[in-house]
Design a protein around this ligand. Structure first.
Ligand SMILES: NC(=O)c1ccc[n+]([C@@H]2O[C@H](COP(=O)([O-])OP(=O)(O)OC[C@H]3O[C@@H](n4cnc5c(N)ncnc54)[C@H](O)[C@@H]3O)[C@@H](O)[C@H]2O)c1
Length: 463
């Protein structure tokens, strides 16, 4: 199938490469000139395991092409994916300006040689399917005004479908080939058939898995959730809100565990084994972050506000998270008493492991707060330091070359991102170079004994 993907960021690039791998002809349209030049050479401008090799293979086979020209992409395509960013505005609403530009641009590039399906893969508020249809029509009108009495058949034919994305940075390729479900929102039979055909290999798991992403044992098919546009849009927001709520729940209980002398790891294991609850996303720590949870909850609340509908759980989810991000600072104060003039090393910058994404990363808020309190902040992250230096030039921190360099002369280390490298740290060496032997495990991932056996103090969250 000929496919156009507009926006080659985390979602667009992974979608492009995976669809190309499955035998489709994909044209990815990217507006950022620097990104585009790198992508044409096979250089992926962000860190995602295996993606560079994967993209290079697709480029070499000719199944994936990059261009800045939306017209070329649209003219050849049967299915056009919108995968541009929808970042939050200051008031919490989604900034839909990228979607607006692209939708009008697609309209301007449409011809009536074939019917197109335009797929909203970007996370967009409820009602955006209809809005995108309107914008595409506006784009059509700007280049080919349709006289009032002309036949409708002369106008380009298209339909807008919602197909929210659930991939997780860090495991994006596997998530694309083996998703828990594929959601499609549409009432147009022809579009539904085309989407089913496009995803058929994934739905039936009828493809040879790539080496970098073996098929999970026992996976034979993927559920296809067919629904209307508004429900598909709401599924995406509700899924993210629910996951964030689970983490905030664990964090709230973690605070109580500290008061009563319980251990949150035991408590979440005990409740997570209940199949109605499930263990994923019940981890206490410095709280959730990333490009999606915060912005999607805010956007969901904004939709609710438009309908004068209260969102108590969502508000509490955010409140708990805001509090949780600063819990490690309280722990530093508890242990060090005076923290002004101290040196604290942050282990990890990215909002989670296996990505260099710093959007809404807890590390940034913790670092800024510590700096404000007169602390010298050192940081180390296996992949996210270059992007941090480029994007957060105002962040007055010292960048370390490795964990031992980070620990040198520190009064405390704080685990902010649960990179595997930190779980395997040589604590004997770390303890030798620290000024004060304190480790705050902001993700509850370290082995307490490993640390205390070298004469260091260990403090977790909710334990
Ligand atoms: N990142 C994730 O883990 C994730 C997961 C699920 C859903 N989403 C959603 O998917 C959407 C995309 O997210 P992302 O993280 O990939 O964003 P991103 O910012 O990494 O990528 C967006 C890309 O679109 C490009 N772009 C912007 N305007 C364009 C235009 N007019 N023409 C062509 N390209 C254009 C940008 O240059 C950028 O490369 C968002 O709505 C997000 O909420 C993201």
């Amino acid at each position: 199938m000929d496919i156009c993907v507009v926006g080659a960021g985390y979602v667009g690039l992974v979608t492009s490469a995976c669809l190309a791998f499955l035998g489709n002809q994909v044209t990815a349209v990217e507006v950022n000139p620097g990104k585009l030049e790198n992508l044409k050479k096979g250089d992926v401008p962000f860190f995602e395991p295996h993606l560079t090799d994967f993209v290079k293979n697709c480029l070499e086979s000719g199944s994936l092409k990059f261009t800045a020209d939306l017209d070329t992409g649209v003219k050849n395509a049967e299915v056009i994916f919108i995968c541009v960013g929808t970042p939050p505005l200051a008031n919490g609403e989604s900034d839909l300006s990228q979607v607006m530009t692209v939708a009008r641009g697609i309209g301007g590039a449409l011809d009536n040689k074939r019917r197109r399906v335009i797929v909203n893969k970007s996370t967009v508020p409820v009602g955006s399917g209809n809005w995108v249809e309107m914008l595409v029509n506006q784009g059509v009108q700007t280049v080919q005004p349709v006289p009032a009495r002309s036949s409708r058949s002369e106008a380009p034919s298209f339909s807008v479908v919602s197909n929210p994305e659930f991939l997780r940075e860090g495991s994006a390729i596997a998530d694309s080939f083996y998703p828990d479900r594929i959601v499609v929102g549409s009432v147009d039979e022809a579009s539904i058939d085309l989407m089913r055909k496009l995803y058929n290999q994934i739905l039936t798991q009828d493809f040879e898995p790539p080496e970098c992403a073996p098929r999970p044992k026992g996976l034979e098919h993927v559920p296809f959730v067919l629904t209307d546009l508004a429900s598909a849009e709401l599924i995406k927001y509700s899924a993210n809100a629910f996951l964030a709520m689970k983490i905030s729940f664990a964090n709230e209980v973690a605070g109580l565990c500290e008061k009563v002398g319980a251990d949150i790891k035991q408590v979440t294991r005990g409740i997570g084994l209940d199949l109605r609850i499930g263990s994923p996303f019940l981890n206490a720590g410095v709280g959730w972050g990333g490009s999606c949870f915060g912005k999607d909850i805010q956007a969901l609340m904004q939709v609710a506000r438009e309908y004068h509908y209260p969102t108590h759980l969502l508000e509490a989810t955010i409140k708990v998270n805001e509090h949780q991000r600063l819990v490690v600072i309280q722990k530093l104060q508890d242990e060090l008493k005076i923290i002004k003039g101290r040196t604290v090393g942050l282990m990890g910058l990215s909002f989670k492991p296996n990505t260099d994404d710093l959007r809404d990363a807890p590390s940034l808020g913790i670092a800024r707060q510590l700096i404000k309190m007169g602390v010298l902040v050192k940081v180390y992250d296996p992949v996210a330091m270059d992007i941090c230096k480029t994007m957060h030039t105002d962040l007055d921190v010292q960048y370390a070359t490795d964990l031992v360099d980070l620990a040198t002369d520190c009064d405390a280390l704080v685990v902010v991102t649960e990179w595997d490298e930190f779980k395997r740290a040589n604590w004997r060496e770390v303890s030798r170079v620290m000024r004060w032997p304190l480790v705050i495990d902001g993700r509850n991932v370290l082995q307490e004994d490993d640390i205390t056996s070298h004469g260091m103090t260990y403090r977790g969250i909710g334990r």
